[in-house]
Write a new protein. Structure first.
Lengths: 425, 113
């Protein structure tokens, strides 16, 4: 690897890992009304790192270098804005930033290691405020806490940069208007608030896992970042909740299989046809460890059950070894806990495996009146599969065609086209 | 509450001989003391001053390129605080970290507007 590539690589990796923490600290200093100021400082530190390291090489502790640069830049900004109303210094802690007697020490205190992790978590909770839409939550997390550029987020969501900018703007306006102060919730709120955070993390993970992007790097990045966020929740005692462990386990079981889901050309491979030797046993094992740790407390979350299902798939040596009765049982437990048409749909696939097409058709008809699910491509894909097995080819083709219309993914469209071709031959 | 000015004088010599570690410890004391004032809502503001200065006299016609008083008398910084009385303000000043450097602290009430 050339030296310049090596530097780009180190900086990229470091940036993904550290930029969110730096933003969190800087937002604490400047206030949520100045998130852009915080992002600019971090961006500036990154650019300076790239420029300096190119000539002088990477320092022994690049992370400390980056933090120091951001800190010095923050001091500059405070000095310039001491008398402006841009930054609110009315808080006693922040007041000390305005005196030469205390500026440096106060600034150092903001960058203490144990504080940084807390600030990062607090920022995660702030991003996942109930009033912010899920879409905007993830967009904002990716930008502020994961160091994604607007362009990269647009690519992640298969949408325009303009749309992403608008979403970011809305969230920033929300912070500004409501003067949100990021903080880790108190113990009586933590379960509720963590639920929204986990939801955002899982959506982000699925964005990387399910979508069949041509861009493999973006997919992996999304998966990695979602897992990183979940792991940082697990690193703090207050947030070591059973459902957090469960989601971590679930993501491990999925992530372990990510490489076997697509061909090199990017085509989908069905679970039954995947090369199971490609599955990452080390990640499956750590998933198991997380799942064991998730087994405390009285609350059974949907993540627990989804993890249990994913685990069953992971431990089956061959597709035919899959413990379908167990999986069906898990689906029933899940649906007892909460009604979710998509899960009900997945259950139909299990019924199809276990009890055949007739029973599966009966099961899927129980969700037929749901307007939302009828717009969901996998609903029609499932129906297509059921009718195909019943040799009702015309109906099968109609549903596969519907599925093709409803998905935007080229890989999936191709997959269903192949299915239709199979039915017609 | 009334407002008071602390004029901090002297200490320059010792500051210059300071090691970085000593300095850091000293600044930590400022942090704690001023932090206490800020928490109590009694800190208005204040800054250390640069060593250089000019002094004008004789109706502004005579200018010398240094502060009026130097050495032990050199004003090195100021603080504005709030307190109930001159006595209370003086009591608070007892905690000023500048004493570690042999400074003097003059406490003066700001004339109410």
């Amino acid at each position: 690897m050339k030296e310049s590539e090596h530097i780009d690589d180190t900086v990229n990796h470091l940036f993904r890992k550290e930029s969110g923490k730096m933003v969190a600290v800087l937002v604490k200093i400047f206030g949520t009304e100045n998130i852009e100021m915080a992002e600019d400082v971090v961006q500036d530190a990154l650019v300076r790192a790239l420029e300096t390291w190119k000539y002088r090489g990477i320092p022994d502790n690049p992370r400390a270098w980056l933090y120091r640069t951001a800190k010095n830049k923050a001091i500059d900004i405070i000095r310039k804005n001491k008398y402006s109303t841009l930054i609110d210094f009315s808080d006693p802690d922040k007041q000390l930033l305005t005196s030469g007697y205390t500026l440096n020490t106060t600034m150092d205190n903001y960058w203490k290691e144990d504080q940084i992790q807390d600030d990062f978590l607090a920022m995660m909770y702030a991003c996942c405020h109930h009033d912010i839409s899920e879409e905007n939550q993830i967009t904002f997390i990716l930008k502020s806490l994961c160091g994604f550029s607007t362009k990269e987020i647009a690519r992640s969501f298969l949408t325009s940069e303009d749309t992403i900018s608008k979403r970011l703007y809305r969230t920033k306006e929300y912070f500004r208007k409501h003067k949100i102060r990021p903080k880790i919730p108190t113990s009586n709120e933590i379960v509720d608030k963590t639920e929204t955070v986990l939801n955002a993390i899982y959506l982000m993970f699925n964005e990387g896992y399910n979508s069949t992007h041509a861009d493999q790097l973006i997919r992996k990045d999304l998966i990695e970042q979602a897992m990183l966020l979940c792991r940082s929740l697990l690193s703090a005692e207050q947030t070591q909740l059973p459902e957090v462990y469960a989601l971590m386990a679930l993501m491990c079981f999925h992530a372990a299989r990510v490489d076997s889901r697509l061909t090199i050309e990017g085509e989908l491979i069905l679970l039954s046809k995947q090369d199971r030797t490609q599955w990452d046993t080390a990640i499956i094992q750590s998933g198991q460890a997380y799942l064991n740790k998730a087994a405390f407390g009285s609350k059974l979350s949907t993540y627990h059950i989804e993890a249990a299902i994913a685990y069953e798939h992971c431990i089956a040596k061959e597709y035919k070894d899959t413990n379908w009765p167990m999986i069906l049982k898990y689906y029933d437990i899940f649906l007892n806990l909460t009604y979710d048409p998509v899960v009900l749909l997945n259950r139909c696939m299990v019924v199809l495996e276990l009890q055949g097409a007739d029973k599966a058709l009966m099961a899927i008809k129980t969700i037929k009146n749901n307007k939302v699910i009828e717009k969901y491509y996998l609903y029609h894909a499932t129906l297509g599969e059921i009718y195909m097995r019943m040799h009702q080819n015309t109906k099968a083709v109609i549903h596969y065609q519907k599925a093709i219309q409803l998905t935007q993914s080229k890989q999936e469209q191709q997959f269903f086209k192949d299915k239709i071709a199979g039915v017609l031959n | 509450m009334k407002e008071f000015l602390y004029l901090i004088r002297g200490g320059e010599e010792k500051y210059e001989k300071n090691s970085p570690e000593e300095m850091q410890k000293h600044m930590q004391h400022w942090q704690e003391w001023m932090g206490g004032l800020a928490q109590a809502g009694q800190l208005v503001g204040g800054q250390p001053l640069m060593r250089e200065g000019k002094t004008l006299s004789e109706g502004g016609t005579k200018i010398i390129d240094r502060p009026l008083a130097e050495g032990k008398e050199l004003v090195g910084g100021y603080l504005l605080i709030k307190a109930d009385s001159l006595e209370q303000a003086a009591k608070i000043a007892e905690g000023c970290p500048s004493f570690e450097y042999g400074c003097t602290v003059e406490v003066r009430e700001i004339s109410p507007m």
